[in-house]
Design a protein around this ligand. Structure first.
Ligand SMILES: [Zn+2]
Length: 238
């Protein structure tokens, strides 16, 4: 009798573990590509070779160890799935990976997510190509402070359709220069980021500020970590 009871207990245990295993397998199998394709890594030697002297400039003061490489999927305007790569600061790596995964699952169109190094770290060229990217080392003009993109703590999305603009001495600055058609934010066009936009919602939920909310200038493509938080992470960068 006792023996029989043990057999029942063992059989039940085996059955349970089999169930659990098959459940996991099922969950993985439902979205094999998405699950396998969203991942992050350190800046390996191979990746470093691609960014050295470009986005990771010779005078880069941010340690390579503070950066993470993200591999993602995204959907273009035709609904085609594309592979993307982005480099961000480790403080926001999990958040950005999660945001890009949610955008992918919602089929939110992003045309290109390439390393800015493919444009020789030239922001203007990257923006004219509507590329989405994050890390690109530079100091804020005439200071020794590193910019938010320089720290990998700002992300630009669909950059041609969501330009940066500011009026200086009555003259309009526009970046990229080819984005004139997308200055009218009441007009209807693809990739437009506004307050109803999913991209805006996800980034702001994750603690980012949107450059489209600024008063003295507009940077519709741009999401960044607030300055007060960055001062905590990088107190020397002031
Ligand atoms: Zn930006």
């Amino acid at each position: 009798m006792r023996k029989k009871l043990w057999i029942v207990v063992i059989a039940a245990a085996l059955l349970c573990s089999a169930c659990a295993k098959s459940d996991t397998t099922k969950a993985d199998a439902s979205k094999p590509d998405a699950d396998d394709s969203f991942w992050m890594s350190d800046i390996t030697d191979e990746i470093f070779e691609r960014i050295k002297g470009k986005s990771f400039k010779d005078d880069c003061t941010l340690p390579r160890e503070d950066l993470r490489y993200l591999h993602v999927l995204h959907v273009d305007l035709n609904g085609e799935t594309r592979e993307g790569e982005m480099i961000v600061n480790y403080h926001i790596a999990e958040d950005v990976l999660e945001i890009l995964r949610q955008l992918y699952e919602a089929k939110y169109p992003i045309e290109k997510i390439r390393l800015v190094d493919e444009y020789d770290a030239d922001d203007e060229r990257s923006m004219e190509d509507n590329n989405s990217s994050a890390f690109n080392f530079r100091f804020i003009s005439h200071t020794t402070r590193v910019s938010k993109h320089g720290l990998g703590l700002a992300v630009d999305i669909n950059t041609l359709y969501n330009p940066y603009t500011k009026i200086v001495d009555g003259e309009r600055i526009l970046e990229p220069i080819t984005a004139e058609a997308y200055l009218d934010r009441d007009a209807d066009f693809p990739y437009k980021i506004d307050h109803e936009d999913l991209c805006f919602k996800l980034f702001t939920e994750h603690g980012f500020e949107w450059g489209g909310d600024w008063e003295d200038r507009k940077d519709y493509q741009h999401f960044e970590i607030p300055t007060a938080q960055i001062e905590e992470w990088y107190p020397e960068n002031q």
